[in-house]
Design a protein around this ligand. Structure first.
Ligand SMILES: [Zn+2]
Length: 159
């Protein structure tokens, strides 16, 4: 009787642990097992540990923003004018690829080139290739279709 009750609670804590882990960017299976073996203790530990999803978002925010030299506020990377102090950014110093990305929005570019983002893996994929950053995937994708078209063009001419 009491064993069944213990198992029942262990399963509940395990399930709660798995859900919590998913929200916090951690392995659901691993935390299901941990919370199953250590009910409550595992859940508390999980709550105390840093939220990996939040950290990821913070990192992404840092990557997609720049510091205004005039007012020291963070603004969007593609911003031409600071939204706090109206400082005009010099866009000529930005590398060409970054500039191309900065001038168009990333979701539209992803759709255009068929680049996908995998949240769980935190990686961008283009066809069978996988990239750590959008810029890498974009650079690859913008070069790959041209090569592909050129090859097609050549084979067509030969026919
Ligand atoms: Zn500013």
């Amino acid at each position: 009787m009491s064993l069944i009750l213990i198992l029942f609670f262990a399963l509940i804590f395990g399930t709660v642990g798995a859900v919590m882990a998913g929200d916090r960017g951690r392995s659901q299976l691993a935390w299901f097992i941990i919370c199953l073996i250590f009910p409550l203790i595992g859940n508390i530990l999980l709550a105390v540990l840093s939220n990996l999803n939040e950290e990821k978002n913070k990192k992404l925010e840092l990557q997609n923003t720049k510091v205004c030299p005039q007012c020291a506020e963070r603004v969007q990377l593609q911003a031409k004018i600071c939204r706090y102090c109206q400082h005009k950014f010099d866009m000529t110093n930005i590398p060409i690829q970054t500039k191309a990305i900065a001038n168009r929005d990333i979701p539209a570019l992803m759709k255009q080139y068929g680049i996908e983002y995998h949240v769980l893996k935190d990686r961008f994929t283009y066809k069978s290739e996988s990239f750590k950053t959008f810029k890498e995937a974009y650079n690859f994708a913008t070069q790959a279709p041209n090569n592909h078209l050129q090859n097609k063009h050549i084979t067509r001419n030969k026919e």
